[in-house]
Design a protein around this ligand. Sequence first.
Ligand code: GLN
Ligand code: ZN
Length: 771
Amino acid sequence: MTIAANLGYPRIGPKRELKTALEAFWAGKLGEAELQSTAAALRAGARAVQQGSGISHVPSADFALYDHVLETVCAFGLVPPGYGWSGEGPVSLATMFALARGARGRAAERAAGIPGDAVALEMTKWFDTNYHYVVPRLSAAMRPRLLDDRWTRALREGLQHGTRTRPVLLGPISLLLLSKTEDGTRPLDLLPAMLPAYADALRFLAEAGAVWVQVDEPCLVTDLPSGAEDAYRTAFRALAEAAPGLNLLLTTYFEGLRDNLQLAASLPVAGLHVDLVRAPGQLPAVLEALPRDRWLSLGVVDGRNVWRTDLRAALAQLRAAEAAGFGKRLMVAPSCSLLHVPHSLAMETALDPALKRRLAFANEKLKEVAVLARAVDEAEKAVAAAFEESDRALAEARADERLHDAGLAARLAAVAPEMERRTSSYPTRAAAQAARLGLPELPVTSIGSWPQTAEVRSLRARLARGELDKASYDAEMERMIAEAVRWQEEIGVDVLVHGEFERNDMVKYFGEQLAGYAFTKHGWVQSYGSRCVAPPIIWADVSRPKPMTVRWSAYAQSLTDKPMKGMLTGPVTMLQWSFVRTDIPRETVCRQIALAIRDEVADLEAAGIPIVQIDEPAFREGLPLRKADRDDYLRWAVACFRLSASPVRDETQIHTHMCYSEFNDIIESIAAMDADVISIETARSNMELLDAFAVFDYPNEIGPGVWDIHSPRVPSAEEMARLAARAAERIPRRRLWLNPDCGCKTCGWAEVKPAMANLVAAARQLRARAV
Ligand code: GLN
Ligand code: ZN
């Protein structure tokens, strides 16, 4: 019988119950037992929904209070010193949360012996998703062992409620490859020490009655470092021997296996899961490579996007696997864990009904999986209604004239190469801008936002509730802008910003004003820990009905003779932080957004704004997982940025901002964006991140952040001057700017005011020194 399986379910809860409970726990308002019982209730709810949808392989241990990588690390005792763990016995919740979030000197931390200054482990994006995992910090001195058998516990929890779940383990090779080591050891060197701990976990699962165990090895879809192939063989031989009766499902997702297919197909496991949404073309090769005694799990329902599945196309793939001899060993599944999509469409009562019919969130996707499994076994007739619904939704989408904007298509087709180029090259522009702006050496600016205080947020909430009319709201915004302008002038900032008080979120603010975007009410997806985002849905052609920011920037400019910087979110970031339609290429969607931003840039210029910043914090995270695919992405991403940035005259200055500067591998593309000025993050690394700029001669101007706005500390003028002087060792002084690392939206005025004043003082100190 074809098995309907799931790989992982959203954890945060349909009403973000986990977020609420975690934040109450951290605030000391909820006890550990209550937190755990909320978590248990969420898991029970998840099992019920999955079973009720017809899923027979329901995952367990996919749940985590904060992050599954972190929980794996704690379960195996891979905890660095300095977080209150004695090295023996289970790792406490206090230690786990200190690893995730750093310590704050709270009572619970003091009681657990955690130093008040313990800093959080690094966090980074889980492959190419918007989910962040806590990066394990390993050392050769660690003694991995199974301290907390979270997998058997999860299995037992299901069994007690009558469900034999399929526990999920993050595989040993992916765990190591996703880790950092401190002492020069290579992560894979730790494998021999790790394997006995994994073997124990599997043995205990077998003893407790597990039949299938899902071993996630997403690193198999990446370019493997040397030694990884052998490590995979060694590891899986050991895992297979540890519990011979257990069926291991080797799970890969987010890309095709490509050159790692032979390796994956040769490992001694009971089954292999492949992602056929990202890489549908890999099916024939997989069918050829995989021995016929293995189970094949096909990920045909998109776990990364919100669209309903084309059931007929998915069934054709399943039938191909059946015809190739996997008919008795077939599983149907989402492409990856459903962690990356919202819980359920049921609560979305305000969405356009036609759009809603085309969508499927986690709960709806589970039903699709179950329908497909039945369709394989009992023929389509058995599930005719579901197939008809899928057909109807697809046909309706194809016929929906609102999806396509003929005028926009013509405009895109007519984009000439010179529209992606500024009129003159940087040196000519720089001269024109210097003449117009008259800025001092080492100009001081900021990244755009000033604190979104409780006052700002409450104004927005009152406007949304109808307690405040639009005119009064706008007047309040103007008052705040005017205050911010006066303060920046007073302390001597050179390039001012209006402060972005009117913006809730840098994507949402623009998306709400663009055609083609839709917003959910409850479409929350976990970003990290208790933090969630509700990405907008790009469902139709994107265009700009009218100017979006000109009113605020022009008002701010009218208050001062200093240059005011207009502030926009770039096309790549607008794309990257949304759920994107799949009926046209991502590149096309991005070009549509680029045209909309381009029009806004032109309007800002026409309104007398001399400087426009186009933020692209998501530029780097759009990079494909495989190196071979990167050039193509970089080509169109750079082109889209340039299309948005190039309608202006030489004397109008274009800035961009990115919240990082790990540019080594893409520095040439960053340069190709040809922004006049780029501001980046470097304060935390003490300017070390500027190394790329020492090797590659970045041709335009740079503002390396000299104030880490994520730290509550106010840096002194001397400290910022020292950082800027270090930057000047790598970047010629005449092309250097002084600014914070990132926007100040989440800061308080109490830090921002002195820090900005110190920043101006730092610039003055440096200008006085003739280095
Ligand atoms: N201009 C935005 C701000 O200042 C940039 C935000 C970001 O880099 N993520 O908030
Ligand atoms: Zn930033």
